[in-house]
Design a protein around this ligand. Structure first.
Ligand code: ADP
Ligand code: MG
Length: 280
């Protein structure tokens, strides 16, 4: 199929392949963007009630980057993330992901990318209630048709990696918000996706749980995974390597805080002062 030979696809099929030095190999070349959006517009509805959620957005993101998207409520952040996560298609314009024209993919190929190459994290955790953490985390591997023993082992390792080693048999309602979000992160990373997309992942969390989530993102990015995170909070955006600000469906600012190669800004060295943004 069209995805054969694609580095993103290869990564997804080789668990741990991106744990190596992220500065090594052709994948991390700054000249080779992972995502390219050209003239992307998204219009919801039509006629009098049409909402222009994105207006001719041009945007590139490199493999291994850690991007924060900031902007006031309704500015188009989630719409942009849904498009780059292959959950939605632009009304106009093109989106190329790792050399593939996403607009040309059929439903099977789109669901393949979503399941194997993109890990999604939401503000409201979106765990399945009355279902154990272990089972929640295993679910993407069931969709990916992995054998049971491998599913169990990989779910266990992902739960361990987010520091929930002894909570696998609990159901979400027995966990704190911070623990539920860490379970959701385990579910997002269990397929070893190259890309992690998080929409306001710390929006419902207290300071300590926010710090836990940012520490996990730090480690994931340092291990070579590309992260795109929407946030309202300047001190959260300060942990990313790059920050874009969206206003009224357009990118109005683009700030580089740390090079793509190498680790993200160290949590203690970040200064959120230059990231103040209107919050509605
Ligand atoms: P943000 O995530 O920055 O708060 P969104 O991307 O969710 O913004 O929304 C951008 C604009 O598009 C808003 O005006 C919102 O009301 C509108 N919008 C988002 N989703 C839909 C939808 N499914 N149908 C109609 N309008 C929508
Ligand atoms: Mg949103």
């Amino acid at each position: 199929m069209a995805l054969g030979g694609s580095p993103v696809a290869d990564r997804a099929l080789e668990p741990g392949a991106d744990e190596s030095d992220p500065s090594a190999g052709p994948d991390s070349s700054p000249e080779r963007p992972l995502m390219v959006l050209t003239g992307v517009s998204k219009i919801y509805g039509a006629g009098e009630i049409a909402v222009h959620a994105l207006r001719e957005v041009d945007f590139k993101l490199e493999l291994g980057d850690y991007l924060a998207i900031i902007g006031s409520s309704g500015s188009g952040k989630s719409t942009l993330m849904n498009i780059i996560g292959c959950l939605d298609q632009p009304t106009h314009g093109s989106y190329w992901l790792d050399g593939i024209d996403v607009g040309s993919l059929d439903d099977y190929e789109l669901s393949y990318i979503r399941n194997r190459q993109i890990g999604l994290i939401f503000q409201s955790f979106n765990l399945i209630p009355r279902t154990t953490v272990a089972r929640n985390v295993e679910l993407p591997l069931i969709y990916a048709r992995l054998p049971k023993a491998e599913r169990r082992e990989r779910a266990r390792a992902a739960i361990e990696a987010v520091g929930l080693g002894n909570r696998g048999s609990h159901v979400p309602s027995e966990l704190s918000g911070g623990q539920q979000q860490r379970a959701a992160i385990a579910r997002a990373i269990v397929t070893e996706p190259a890309i992690i997309l998080a929409d306001e992942p710390t929006g419902n969390l207290d300071t300590a749980s926010t710090r836990d989530v940012l520490e996990i993102f730090f480690r994931l990015n340092a291990a070579g995974r590309t992260i795109v995170m929407i946030t309202h909070e300047p001190d959260v955006a300060a942990h990313a390597k790059r920050v874009i600000q969206v206003a009224d469906g357009q990118i109005v600012a683009d700030m580089r805080q740390a090079p793509v190669a190498g680790p993200p800004p160290a949590p203690e060295s970040v200064s959120p002062d230059h990231l103040q943004v209107a919050h509605t």
